[in-house]
Write a protein that binds this ligand. Structure first.
Ligand SMILES: [Zn+2]
Length: 572
């Protein structure tokens, strides 16, 4: 039994995520967690909400709520939706937790002790009416280069010139519109990533099995231009983790907080501590997942994320860990994803374009979405959601191939032989061939799951469903029963056992349907079918079963057209 630590990139707090976000981290991480649990491994699967930073403050202000209350509320909303999608986190924590406060301050203290923090005095725009320093993207004005009136403080969207906020003509705050701005001096902490560059490069070079998407992004940040830069890790904000050196005051940094990107990945560790707290377990229970001097030396750690998060996970977070000089667990394998596009364009939160997680669950159960998203995961390239493709995939794979087999076998058995596994007849040549082919296919499926090749794994699973259908087609018990009822009983006995095996194999992708299939087979034996021949006799003759409710319904053309229009968004 292996020990497997899995973290999904943590979703930002300000609103409900779309399906592209889901398939880029949480969902494939859940697939991997479920698979490894099914194989008997000890799994710790962690996710949380990412709660700090200016966008959270602004979203709270827009909602007319204190930011802490807003975050608590949105955390509950996201947790509820995660349950709806059957995301099987061991803990879904919060980056604003007390645990993360302490741990983030601890890391900052260790980095300072190691000489890896420098203090920098810089000039920033302060909005007198907003009572705050303004991040670059919250300042707009006229571009000095092209005259475009809505140029942002960091870049002009019209001529693409990189800007400094002080370059703008007639700058104003995008929060309040105020032009009552001034330049003020402020002090910030920088993590000296440049001095960790060689260490980071050696570590990344040692990861021979990482996807090219991951290592190429990391290498680009290490080497492009002037190479890896030191990174500001503090902000002049109210909402966040107060800057401290361990448990000590940091002179000159009073009233400032850590930058959200510094504390967010530390939440992976803190969240595991939150899990232990929630279980009433001592610190040793979470430390054995994270401290290589306290039991984590035999843990294999996998991270799942969209490609935009790769630089933070290959460079910034490892810089924090390596720089601390303490024996914390570093990631062993980083699985990154490209983007999922929506029906000829991009998902857009601001324009309401595409399907968001709550909307998806309001029109169809989670298994439909899980199956489509995972079987079209944007692994080697961006992929695209279209309603036509979704309809075809659901109707064919789920309803015609899997659902139909389950329904046909169980109904036929009840009609001809009753509600117990029939006892007569022997398995013959056809059954032996099916068992042999299943053995090979299940090994291939497991290999894809272990290497996190999500699309390939879904194709293998579908192929496993297909060979069951082909067997039934060729064996034709509904014809054979007229001339040789005993032989037909043997075929159906095998087919009922096949349904149980399908439940086990399919559960990581479609857990609800799998549970329905297993319950209908009157079993709770989820043992992985390493020995297919034995698995095909697990439900013995005389064992009671029932006909499950229709596992999957088909999507009609009218529904497809209706949904396509409903989620098209406001065109601009
Ligand atoms: Zn411009």
């Amino acid at each position: 039994m292996a020990r497997i630590l899995i973290t999904s990139a943590i979703p930002y707090i300000n609103g409900i995520k779309h399906l592209g976000n889901l398939v880029g981290s949480q969902l494939p991480a859940d697939l991997f967690a479920r698979y490894n649990r099914a194989r008997g491994h000890e799994v710790m699967f962690i996710c949380a909400t990412d709660e700090h930073g200016t966008p959270a403050e602004l979203a709270a202000a827009k909602a007319g709520k204190p930011v802490a209350a807003y975050c608590a509320e949105m955390h509950d909303v996201q947790a509820e939706i995660a349950r709806g999608f059957r995301l099987s986190f061991d803990h879904f924590g919060r980056s604003s937790s007390e645990r993360n406060h302490l741990l983030t301050q601890h890391f900052a203290g260790k980095l300072a002790e190691a000489g890896l923090i420098r203090e920098v005095e810089e000039s920033q725009i302060y909005s007198i009416d907003d009572h705050r320093f303004l991040p670059d993207r919250y300042i707009e004005g006229t571009c000095p280069n092209c005259g475009y009136e809505s140029a942002r403080g960091d870049q002009c969207d019209n001529c693409t010139k990189q800007l400094d906020p002080t370059d703008l003509i007639n700058p104003h705050s995008t929060i309040s519109g105020s032009t009552n701005l001034e330049v003020r001096k402020t002090k910030h902490l920088y993590l000296r990533q440049r001095s960790l560059r060689d260490k980071l490069e050696a570590w990344i070079d040692s990861k021979k099995d990482w996807p090219i998407l991951t290592t190429s992004i990391a290498k680009k940040w290490l080497n492009d231009g002037d190479g890896l830069q030191d990174r500001g890790i503090t902000r002049d904000l109210h909402w966040g983790i107060p800057v401290k050196k361990g448990d000590q005051i940091w002179p000159g940094m009073e009233g400032k907080v850590f930058y959200v990107w510094f504390d967010a990945p530390i939440e992976y560790i803190a969240c595991t501590a939150e899990w232990a707290d929630a279980q009433g377990l001592p610190d040793a229970a979470w430390q054995r997942w994270w401290r290589t001097d306290m039991g984590a030396q035999d843990v294999t750690y996998y991270q799942f994320m969209g490609k935009d998060n790769v630089p933070f996970h290959t460079l910034s977070f490892p810089a924090t860990i390596l720089g601390s000089g303490e024996p914390w667990k570093l990631v062993d394998y980083l699985k990154s994803f490209n983007y999922l596009n929506y029906d000829g364009g991009q998902f857009s939160t601001s324009r309401g374009r595409g399907v968001f997680m709550d909307q998806a669950l309001s029109i169809l159960p989670s298994d439909y979405w899980r199956w489509w998203l995972l079987s079209h995961a944007p692994e080697s390239a961006d992929s695209e959601f279209t309603w036509e493709n979704f309809q075809v995939s659901v109707n064919k794979d789920l309803a015609d191939v899997l659902g139909n087999l389950v329904s046909r076998v169980t109904k036929f058995c009840v009609a001809k032989f009753g509600t117990e596994v029939p006892s007569a007849g022997e398995f013959g040549e056809q059954e032996a061939r099916l068992i042999e082919e299943l053995g090979t296919r299940i090994k291939d499926y497991a290999a894809c799951m272990e290497s996190m090749e999500v699309r390939k794994a879904s194709a293998e699973l579908r192929a496993i469903w297909v060979i069951g259908n082909e067997y039934l087609q060729a064996a034709a018990p509904w014809t054979v029963v007229k001339t040789d009822p005993e032989r037909a009983q043997a075929m159906i006995r095998l087919s009922l056992n096949l349904i149980r095996v399908y439940a086990i194999l399919s559960a990581p992708f479609i857990p609800d349907a799998a549970a329905t299939m297993m319950a209908a087979m009157g079993s709770q034996d989820w043992t992985w079918p390493d020995d297919v021949a034995a698995a095909m006799t697990a439900l013995p003759a005389g064992h009671a079963f029932s006909v499950p409710e229709n596992l999957f319904r088909k999507i009609t053309d009218e529904e497809r057209a209706d949904w396509q229009q409903r989620f098209a968004g406001i065109r601009t």
